[in-house]
Design a protein. Structure first.
Length: 253
């Protein structure tokens, strides 16, 4: 969804602006999904992205704030001070209908260069990277593992998964998620930015192509001369299996 939004805004479309995401789709999202949306607002030039706090927010934060409030309802009422005023004026209001949105993927070297996955299915992949601050949370790993369960990745693909935090790593290990990755042929690394910024654990060689759940695909981002296609965790897992950019079986198009 955020790739679609960025393609509509452009890489400079939100420069010097804060983007507020509202609506029934956002309301139905987990905190992890909302954080991915807000994280990647920066790729449209935004100062930040925000989603209005609600009970989903309070439930996510409760272990950290429970000593400050008697009840979750009280915490939610206090969080109301972060809501936009009823008469707030916006520089621009965009309605984005995602009811028929397909899985998306980037092409080229800008995050606003976006196409449906089905239009990129001839692109051969050397590496699949699942993780980072963008899509390395437990729900992301669960979705990818659902696609990978009882399957093997292509012999031509290096599969790397890096949980976002030590807590996510432990939870994925306890749930058996990491074993699914390992059985499928992935390498599971420590929590790290890793290849996302061309630092370690999967830096691309010149001419190599990576399908990645990270947030940036700039020229040289993951290694000089490498190409990065940004995808969802489900698409990344399906791509690892086929060796080509591929929609996962979870998408019923």
């Amino acid at each position: 969804m955020i790739l679609s939004v960025i393609s509509r805004l452009g890489v400079n479309g939100a420069t010097n602006k804060v983007v507020e995401f509202t609506g029934p789709v956002i309301d139905a999202m987990s905190m992890e999904s909302r954080m991915t949306i807000c994280n990647m607002t920066i790729e449209a030039g935004g100062t930040s992205g925000i989603c209005s706090p609600d009970m989903v927010t309070i439930e996510y934060l409760w272990d950290f704030i429970k000593d400050e409030y008697a009840t979750k309802k009280e915490a939610l009422e206090d969080a109301g001070r972060f809501l936009s005023d009823a008469d707030a004026q916006y520089d621009r209001v965009i309605e984005h209908d995602v009811s028929s949105l397909e899985p998306m993927v980037t092409y080229g070297y800008k995050p606003d260069q976006v196409k449906p996955v089905r239009e990129m299915e001839s692109i051969k992949i050397d590496q699949v990277y699942i993780g980072s601050c963008t899509n390395g949370r437990i729900e992301d790993l669960r979705v990818a593992a659902q696609v990978l369960r009882r399957k093997k990745i292509s012999d031509s693909v290096r599969g790397i998964v890096s949980p976002a935090t030590s807590q996510v790593y432990c939870q994925a290990m306890e749930e058996g998620v990491l074993k699914i990755f390992l059985d499928a042929g992935f390498c599971v690394t420590n929590p790290t930015c890793g290849a996302c910024l061309g630092m370690s654990n999967g830096v691309l060689a010149e001419g190599e192509v990576c399908a990645s759940t990270t947030n940036r695909n700039f020229n040289g981002r993951m290694g000089k001369g490498g190409m990065v296609h940004l995808v969802s965790p489900a698409t990344a897992a399906a791509t690892a299996i086929s060796g080509f950019i591929t929609n996962s079986e979870l998408y019923k198009g």
